[in-house]
Design a protein around this ligand. Structure first.
Ligand code: NAD
Length: 514
């Protein structure tokens, strides 16, 4: 019966169906949608229908926003220590249900169980961080800015905030959003990816079990229409988005035009520069893990390697190690990469590989014909490597988002940095070298928001922020860390005067100065 394991399953009757229907969460209750249109949530390894997701109706969407708006006054006035305690309990419940959550992620998204645990864990760390919100949200105070006058600033919640999620991290990315938002005192509307909504719904149920009051977190489902409704709704004050550039820029401009705050994390083409002095074994392992892990469907996956001095010396060992990876269903304990998300994604990846080969790249390893016994209809693509890639090729210009590694060459570090900097994206970039001088030059000159030095996927932990730049990010305040708290709060600056005014005071018509 699919992968839902709800402790309060009685609330939404359709969850027991076969396939179960994914409920909305409105005002603290999981409710069957009255929608007449449903989308199949498909297991990418088997094509089985895991569940059916409604296109939440306009009426239901309005009810969710109204529930969030109603819950806001009392939630914002709930002591921050109480809000933190809900998160403390929430992190404990996520740990308790880690295996169930990971199994749901594997079933709906396809990644291996171990990788799915990582998906949950990296989100759990944001919840842990939100447990310290009282300190993170602290304002500032200056005493006696003028005679008897003090000024202090307070960080206050915004009201109703919303989050729109991609398919590739069904647990981590919802957890980048609502735990920070609600612990700051906001209420929230979450729109999970229509491809794998299960983990978000399970997490919401845990948040309710942890004591999150009704209406503080709500879930609605759908695609373009519900996203546009979120952008347009005057009661929603801020929108967090993670996903592709097409959707992200649309949401950024539409929601900004309505006066909302928006943070939009978008696509990537993450490069590694490999210097001739790099440690061979460690570098090869890092490139293979970061290029093919999660079937290349991480926004921080390495997709392009620029070899300074040429790729030849590196090719055979990389082909050998990548070729030895086991591509299989995510529940296979030996699987190292699972399927890609959909048939359409697989076709797109095939086309980009083909266009690379036709435009002059050398296909060193071709994963297109891979068949996983017992899972012949799965969306599997094996590790693929194209070398001699140039910047004008379609496979380089497009984000492939699959297990495909492109090799390019440069004669010098300067030339390699120039290649990376010309790319429109600026999510992550790494260098592999034993030279501190080269590493420091790279760190200074590279135009990417997250820089790795002998680290292939430099995703910051939640006490920092996720700092993509160039076309990989739109907005001013990044996800999680201090920037995340700033995103979900606004400043109020208070100037107070308490002085003994027994003697009265004269009218002063000039601009006050101290
Ligand atoms: P996507 O843009 O197709 O979907 C993301 C969300 O936007 C979904 O909820 C979807 O329903 C909605 N959506 C899609 N198209 C829309 C449109 N035209 N109008 C309104 N809403 C729309 O992204 P995806 O395929 O789910 O995720 C993969 C993408 O996300 C990749 O580009 C990847 O690099 C990016 N990503 C970025 C980060 C980051 O932090 N920079 C993290 C994860 C994923």
């Amino acid at each position: 019966l699919g992968s839902y394991q709800f402790s309060t399953a009685a609330e939404a009757s359709s969850r027991k169906g076969n396939p179960p229907r994914v409920p909305n969460l409105i005002g603290g209750s999981f409710i069957d949608s009255k929608s007449s249109t449903f989308i199949d949530v498909i297991n990418p390894a088997t094509q089985e229908i895991v569940s059916q997701l409604p296109l939440t109706t306009d009426e239901e969407f309005k009810a969710a926003v109204s529930a969030a708006k109603t819950a806001f006054p009392s939630w914002r006035n709930t002591p921050v220590t109480t809000r933190q305690r809900v998160m403390l309990k929430f992190q404990q419940l996520i740990r308790r249900d880690m295996d169930k959550l990971a199994l749901n992620v594997t079933t709906e998204q396809g990644k291996t169980l171990k990788d799915a645990q990582g998906d949950v864990f990296r989100g759990l760390e944001v919840v842990e961080h939100a447990c310290g919100m009282a300190t993170l949200q602290m304002g500032e105070y200056v005493s006696n800015v003028s005679h008897g006058i003090d000024t202090y600033s307070i960080r206050e919640p915004l009201g109703v905030c919303a989050g729109i999620c991609p398919f590739n991290f069904p647990a981590m990315i919802p957890l980048w959003m609502f735990p920070v938002a609600v612990t700051c005192g906001n209420t929230f509307i979450l729109k999970p990816s229509e491809k794998d909504p299960g983990a978000a719904v399970m997490l919401a149920e845990l948040a309710l079990e942890a004591g999150l009051p009704e209406g503080v977190l709500n879930i609605v489902h759908g695609t373009h229409d519900i996203v546009n409704a979120i952008c347009d709704d005057d009661d929603i004050k801020a929108v967090s988005f993670v996903g592709s550039n097409v959707a992200g820029m649309h949401i950024y401009s539409r929601a900004c035009a309505k006066g909302k705050r928006v943070q939009s994390n978008m696509g990537a083409k993450n490069h590694a520069i490999v210097m001739p002095d790099a440690n061979v074994d460690a570098t090869v392992n890092a490139l293979v893990a970061a290029g093919f892990g999660a079937a290349g469907q991480r926004c921080m996956a390495l997709s392009t390697v620029v070899f300074v001095g040429g790729s030849k010396p590196w090719e055979s060992v990389l082909v050998e190690r990548a070729g030895a990876l086991k591509t299989s269903v995510g529940t296979d304990p030996d699987a190292e990469l699972g399927p890609v998300i959909s048939k359409q994604a697989k076709e797109r990846i095939h086309k980009l590989i083909q266009s690379g080969a036709e435009s002059g790249a050398r296909l060193l390893l071709d994963g297109r014909n891979l068949v996983v016994p017992g899972y012949e209809s799965g969306n599997f693509v094996g590790p693929t490597i194209l070398s001699n890639v140039s910047a004008s090729m379609e496979c380089y210009k497009e984000e492939i988002f699959g297990p495909v590694l492109l090799f390019m060459e440069a004669d010098s570090l300067e030339e390699a940095i120039d290649i990376v900097n010309r790319n429109k994206y600026g999510n992550g970039a790494s260098i592999f070298t034993t030279s501190g001088v080269a590493a420091r030059k790279f760190q200074t000159e590279i135009e990417a928001g997250q820089v790795g030095i002998n680290v292939p996927i430099p995703v910051p932990l939640p006490f920092f922020s996720f700092t993509g730049n160039k076309a990989s990010f739109a907005g001013d305040l990044n996800f999680y860390g201090k920037a995340g708290v700033n995103f979900y709060t606004q400043m109020k600056t208070v100037t107070q005067q308490w002085k003994d005014s027994a003697g009265g005071s004269r009218i002063n018509m000039a601009m006050p100065t101290s």
